[in-house]
Design a protein around this ligand. Structure first.
Ligand code: KG4
Length: 340
């Protein structure tokens, strides 16, 4: 039987990425990040889509070269259809459609969030990463989402809890912006927190029913506390940077873990996975390991390069859909908002 080669394309936010899979195994995963947003303290949608336009051809070209295949060998093209920034999505969507039409091969649309979850099934020729068995729970935490997803199969996923306001990464980024740190704040807070005392300060924790999250109250409490402390000491932030970062991080991790533990207990599931950009966070990873010991969880934490936005996760989702012949029409539009 012929080999199945899938090209994956991701352009939902500020990373242009392309990846190639051969029979479900990752051959290449090339990502161009966009430094242009740093000066603005956040992603500027119009600049993001322009940068995608500049990057997409060389990124796809490099992914094919690294995989050692020609575009004529491709079996199908999988692309992120949404959710994400509309202008950014349109670049990847249009490129994927154009290339699939030119090569006369199927198009496969991928939900970005489903891609983050199926990142647990990415394998390179020589890795020993153990993918979770179904069903499992996945804590999906990124700049735009915080969800607890019950993953029943590659296709069947159910969101059982999600944020009713800010996402966890968004809250970290906004608090770090208030402290005058760079963008994105997540990795900076992570680094500072390692030197700080997580018990130094207490911030508000939400009290909402079920498995849903809320982070806007914490953000407000952080802001108001800072305002009061700065009245007495204009250098308060500088003098307590590590402790502030550590306390903020701990509060967010506690909020995330509490609901996850509740869901795992109620659903009697002990296979627990982590996904999305915030899963790079050291405090969250440690909490996962800690809960694994305490509650006998089998935990799954993907490699860092597969937790942030990447095309490998889009390609693997595309590979599963390819096997189901779940293709998408040429006129399928991008969508900016939706859940799994
Ligand atoms: O999944 P992702 O790459 O894309 C978006 O949803 O935008 O997640 C990005 C988010 C940002 O909020 C970033 O600050 C956060 O992930 N992040 C982190 C860390 N690395 C990235 N948050 C905490 N600790 C980190 N080490």
């Amino acid at each position: 039987m012929d080999n199945i080669y899938i090209l994956g394309i991701e352009s939902s936010c500020d990373d242009t990425s392309a990846a190639v899979l051969k029979d479900g195994i990752l051959l290449s995963n090339v990502t161009a990040s966009q430094a242009v947003h740093k000066a603005y303290g956040g992603v500027v949608p119009e600049l993001a889509s322009r940068a995608h336009q500049q990057n997409i051809v060389p990124v796809v070209d490099q992914a094919l070269r690294q995989a050692g295949i020609s575009r004529e060998q491709l079996s199908a093209i999988a692309f992120t259809r949404g959710p994400g920034l509309m202008g950014s999505l349109l670049v990847g969507v249009s490129f994927a459609k154009g290339m699939a039409a030119a090569l006369n091969i199927p198009l496969i649309d991928v939900n970005h969030l489903q891609g983050h979850i199926l990142a647990h099934f990415i394998h390179t020729p020589d890795d020993d990463y153990q993918s979770p068995e179904f069903p499992f729970l996945c804590l999906l935490v990124s700049g735009g989402n915080s969800q607890i997803v019950l993953v029943k199969s590659y296709r069947e996923m159910e969101i059982i809890g999600q944020t009713i306001d800010d996402a966890a990464g968004e809250a970290i980024d906004k608090c770090s912006k208030v402290m005058g740190l760079g963008y994105p704040g997540g990795p900076i807070i992570d680094r500072l927190a390692r030197q700080g005392n997580p018990e130094a300060f207490a911030f508000a924790k939400p009290n909402i029913p079920g498995y849903d999250y809320s982070f806007s109250g914490l953000k407000t409490s952080f802001l108001y506390s800072l305002r009061d402390w700065l009245k007495d000491d204009p250098d308060f932030i500088q003098n307590h940077l590590n402790d502030l970062a550590a306390s903020l991080e701990k509060t967010i991790v506690d909020i995330l873990m509490k609901k996850l533990r509740l869901a795992a207990r109620d659903l009697k599931i002990n296979r627990i996975a982590l996904a999305g950009g915030v899963s790079a966070n050291n405090g969250l990873r440690n909490a996962f390991r800690d809960y694994a010991k305490r509650y006998h969880w089998q935990i799954f934490i993907p490699r860092f390069s597969y937790t942030t936005d990447n095309a490998a996760m889009i390609a693997i989702t595309g590979y599963f859909k390819y096997q189901d012949k779940d293709f998408c029409p040429m006129d399928a539009p991008a969508f900016s908002r939706v859940s799994v």
